[in-house]
Design a protein around this ligand. Structure first.
Ligand code: ZN
Length: 406
């Protein structure tokens, strides 16, 4: 009889159950792997009892070391490996999180992580998770990209309680903008783009900033009708000498004369990213959100905007940008490489887009484990294909083993 097999399942079962193996469970596993033992149950039970008693008396470290000696990699449940840290002011049943991608690219593993973390937080607090397409740039939003996000996230096992589109709320953005103008919290700037950029850099106010509310309303109406693209934008009045450059009266609404994939030619004024995301978070009642660190400098501005329009402030925390060593992940970069034929497409096997991983036969559970293992932290870590692949192999071996035992 193979004592090694008994030992293997005893330790495996112990590790999966807080250090304590169960005799019946171990016996079941052994019989699944070695059906021929069915005839000798009486003979092996004392050995199992002895082994389980031994294993249960060992420390966690010893159990893991003995497992290594047997040449078996130890599997742990995701929840056991990394518990999501608590969110501030999070009450059970009251947490609303969101993942708001722009439909302008294929989702990659970094999007998957942002979606997963927010989804898991909603689950942790028995709250709601919103998937929102932030599609306020008609030049970027394409049907193909909405579809691949929906498909990719479904394959990845993410379930949303609500699916929302920022482009469904454009009227509300017009109302909010007009209100800000009337309250003298915003103004229409007719300066050239280059001049605005320079002024923001050198902290210089332009003369539009001091226009009367009446004048601003008049210009706003022109924006809705006769002004051409690039001739005017609405800027929120904060301060031009703010230390944070993002706070120097950024534009919140601009003209884009290009049909939108969902709304056609109905609208020509579109909210800029910060305005769009903070108002949508507020309107949807998003209480908490975890996102990638490159947005950190924008948090102050987004909170300012939420205050200006009397919305509740969304608690936002950032995590390190997700990168795999040597793999391009920025949408712009990938698009260029596809155009230059350096990549065969969004599903090129060298990429970590969900579609590429799916085509390569990656198991979504393996990717999830891998992502959760990287944690919600601001520290960048060097991640490699090898690590991702090792999670995938482990998961595939667990799955095939479990299937065999069912
Ligand atoms: Zn101006």
């Amino acid at each position: 009889m193979d004592k090694k097999i008994i030992l293997k399942y005893a330790i495996l079962n112990a590790i999966q159950h807080e250090g304590k193996a169960d005799i019946q469970a171990v016996l079941g596993k052994i019989l699944s792997e070695k059906p021929e033992f069915r005839n000798k149950i009486k003979g092996i039970i004392p050995e199992i009892k002895k082994t389980v008693t031994d294993v249960n008396s060992w420390s966690k470290e010893k159990q893991e070391n003995e497992m290594k000696k047997l040449g078996v990699t130890i599997e742990k449940k995701v929840e056991e490996k990394k518990e999501l840290s608590d969110l501030p002011d999070a009450k059970i049943g009251k947490v609303v999180t969101a993942f708001p991608p722009e439909p302008s690219k294929y989702p990659h593993i970094g999007h998957a992580k942002a979606a997963l973390v927010n989804y898991l937080y909603a689950k942790k607090y028995k709250g709601k998770f919103i998937l929102r397409f932030e599609d306020t740039n008609p030049l970027a939003a394409k049907k193909e990209y909405y579809d691949v996000f929906l498909e990719g996230l479904k394959w990845f096992g993410i379930k949303w309680d609500r699916l929302d589109y920022t482009s469904d709320h454009i009227e509300e953005f017009y109302e909010a903008t007009e209100k800000l103008i009337k309250e003298n919290k915003s103004y229409v700037c007719v300066c050239e783009q280059d001049k605005i950029k320079k002024n923001r850099r050198f902290m210089v106010e332009c003369k539009c900033r001091n226009n009367s509310t009446e004048k601003n309303i008049e210009l706003w109406k022109k924006m809705l009708t006769t002004f051409k693209e690039g001739e005017a934008s609405v800027r929120i009045k904060i301060s031009m000498d703010n230390k944070n450059a993002a706070m120097r009266d950024p534009s919140i609404m601009r003209i884009i004369d290009h049909p939108h994939v969902r709304t056609g030619k109905k609208y020509r004024l579109w909210p800029m990213y910060d305005f769009a995301t903070s108002l949508m978070d507020g309107w949807e009642g998003v209480t908490h959100r975890v996102r990638s660190k490159e947005f950190e400098m924008r948090r102050e501005l987004q909170q300012f905007i939420q205050k200006a329009v009397n919305l509740k402030i969304t608690y936002i925390t950032e995590m390190a940008r997700f990168n795999l060593e040597g793999v391009p992940s920025s949408g712009r970069q990938i698009r260029e490489m596809i155009q230059n034929k350096q990549l065969t497409g969004w599903d090129d096997p060298r990429l970590v887009t969900l579609i590429a991983l799916r085509r390569r036969g990656f198991d979504p559970e393996g990717i999830k484990e891998f992502l959760v293992s990287t944690g919600v932290t601001k520290t960048e870590s060097m991640l490699t294909w090898d690590v991702l692949e090792s999670f995938n192999r482990k998961m595939i071996s667990i799955n095939s083993r479990e299937r065999k035992f069912v």
